[in-house]
Structures are given as C-alpha cells and as structure tokens.
Unconditional design. Structure first.
Length: 373
C-alpha cells in the first residue's frame, strides 16, 4: 500500500504542476493559493485513486496531512516538525521519533503554510521566529536566517474543567494534596518547580479550580494555557509586534498593569527573565496566595535561578536584599517530576522558613517515599 499511495501522490503533484497557472510560476513550492483554482479538478483526480488512499490523499492536499489525527489525540502533548518529512511527537510523556511522515515535500509545504495562515503569522528575515496560539496548541516557529528551513513546535495547552489531576495516590498522598490546597486557599504564595512536561501549568489550574467565585485572579502568560477559574478573574497575554518596529509588551509590562486591576492573586505562568523582580515585589506588597513557575530540577536550584532572574531586573541589588525579598514573597515550593516512562509526580514540598547565610531556609513538608530512603 505504501508504494501504491506514493504513486497516487506523485501523480497528483504532477497534475498540479502541469496546470497553466503553476507552469508560469518560478516557484517549486506548492502553496494553498495554488490549489484554489483547481480544487474541484483535484478532488476528481483523488476520486480516481485507490479508495484506500483517498482519505489520506485528501488530507495531504486539503487538510493538515498526517497532523490531522494528532490534533485530535489528547495523549499527544507535543508535535515537533524539523523541516523534513518526519513527524516527531511526545505521547503520554514519552518522546516518539518519526511517529508519522508526510507523503512528500508538497504535502509538508501545504501543511506548514496552513498552520501559519491559521495562526495569522508570517516569517521573514526581519522577523524569523514567532509564537502564537494554534487550535489547542502553543505554536513556536523559527526559520531563516536563524535556521536553514522552518521548524515548528506545537505544545498542547490544557483547559480542563475537572477538579482532577494526574498525580494519583501511587505518586502523591491525597491527604498531602489536600494540605497543599489548604495552604493555597489560606494565602500561601507558591513557586511550582519542575522540568518541561512535568505538569506545572496543570498543577496551577488544579489549584485555581478550588478558589471561591469571589476571588479575582489576574493570570499573566505568553500564550494562554492556565484556565480562568471564575468570571471575576481575567487573563492577560504578552504581545510581540509582527514587524518588530517595537518590542511589544512583555510580562514586565503586564505586571505593572495588574496593580491597577484590583487582583486578589497574581498568577504568572513562568518566570524566565527580569519580570521575576516585579512579580516578587508585587507579592511582598500584599498579594498573598499568588503562584508562578520556574524550570528547575529541585528547590535549591530553583532559588538560585530565581535569584539570578531578579538580578537581571535589579543588577544593583545585593544578594542579601534579593534573599530577603524572596523570603518575604514566597511561602511554599512544590517540586514536580517527570519519570522516563512519562509519569508525573510531586517529588517534594518545602516551606520557606527564615534566612540563612546562603539564602532562604527550606523546611521539608513532603518527600516522595521512594526518594526518602
């Protein structure tokens, strides 16, 4: 069947390139606009192909090719496209190289063009990378001159209505989870730590799902992932100017705006740069029960990284000043983990208790049983 569908595919590509409007083009690339004048004729050509191949051929030219079924499969959380015909995925937390393949370069070009068009973004030498929302995914695209060709990364965003979480009793004591919810509701500010894919965003959404309707959260992210918990809360997202005539508006800008919007809690999707300083200052000024995340493998490493990020925004501050700010602002650190088998777990929980000569002191509340021996 593989050879059969390849023959049908090549005959359809030849059919497109033999059309008069395409023969007059200097481009070797087939774009969606090329198909519009001959969509009916191409549909008829597909109907003349092997019946077992018709659906895949239709998707190759009129839909997203091999990605169509992946968009609907919620066990697939990431799709990685490196510019060739191979489709790599992360499924149930496990990386699977070459999970699917495009039928050919024309199908791949059409799919890439449709993704960018749907996301309303364009790449050029002045703006060679972009982030956007596409369907239920966070989209990142990078191309020339930073890469030899376009590379696309799609990460599924989670918007579940359920008060459930994938950290089951084998990985975390439910009573301890209830304790964390209690800490959060009573106003403890939290830093959620873990590697990519460990479920930091899902964990925050789970915490927010327990808030009463009377609490107003301001949720700040680069792309919308965290679910808004109630009608009183709102989400703000960063914006990058498409033509790069200005820097746009980053998380630092948003953190200044939220103070005028009467938040009870500030939820910052991720700290990656100097916005860490503004976030901690906002927390120390009375916005208890706020939450953010940071990429790190353990609590001590997270505090070191947080100190470096604050330093980016305030290079004149001493280490002692930064340590005091962190100690005043944060109460709880939750460390998440992702196993090689793709299972998420809560690894450790700490409470920040005072200052030592190296920074905030960590008082362990919980340690995963397998790590405590």
């Amino acid at each position: 069947m593989a050879n059969d569908i390849q023959q049908d595919y090549k005959s359809l590509v030849d059919f497109i390139r033999n059309q008069s409007h395409y023969r007059n083009s200097m481009s070797l690339r087939i774009n969606p606009d090329d198909l519009e004048p001959l969509s009916r004729a191409l549909e008829e050509q597909i109907k003349g192909c092997n019946k077992e191949n018709q659906e895949a051929l239709h998707d190759a030219f009129f839909d997203f090719g091999p990605l169509k079924s992946l968009f609907e499969d919620e066990t697939i959380t990431e799709i990685l496209l490196n510019g060739d015909l191979k489709v790599h995925v992360i499924k149930n937390g496990i990386k699977i190289p070459e999970y699917r393949h495009f039928l050919g370069k024309a199908s791949q070009d059409l799919c890439y063009s449709k993704i960018l068009e749907s996301a309303k973004i364009q790449l050029n030498h002045d703006c060679p990378f972009r982030d956007a929302q596409f369907k239920s995914f966070r989209l990142h695209v990078i191309g020339p001159p930073l890469s030899s060709q376009q590379r696309i990364s799609l990460r599924r965003t989670q918007h579940s209505n359920r008060r459930t979480i994938s950290y089951d009793s084998d990985f975390y004591d439910p009573k301890k989870l209830d304790q964390l919810i209690h800490f959060f509701l009573q106003g403890d500010s939290m830093l959620v730590v873990g590697p990519t894919g460990s479920g930091k965003t899902s964990f925050i959404s789970y915490l927010l799902s327990h808030l009463p309707k009377t609490e107003r959260c301001l949720i700040l992210e680069e792309t919308p992932e965290i679910r808004i918990p109630n009608s009183l809360s709102v989400a703000l997202n960063t914006w990058t100017n498409a033509n790069w005539s200005s820097k746009g508006f980053d998380l630092g800008h948003l953190l200044k705006q939220v103070l005028r919007m009467k938040p009870d809690r500030i939820i910052l999707g991720e700290m990656r740069a100097e916005e860490a300083k503004d976030f901690l200052l906002n927390l120390s000024s009375g916005h208890r029960g706020s939450v953010s995340t940071i990429h790190s493998s353990n609590a001590r490493e997270a505090l070191i990284r947080l100190e470096m990020l604050v330093k980016m925004g305030a290079p004149q501050w001493s280490n002692e000043t930064i340590h005091q700010l962190i100690s005043l602002s944060l109460n709880i650190i939750v460390v998440l983990d992702l196993s090689p088998q793709g299972r998420r777990s809560v690894k450790e929980v700490f409470r920040l208790e005072g200052l030592g000569h190296r920074g905030p002191l960590l008082d362990p509340i919980y340690k995963r049983q397998e790590d405590s021996h």
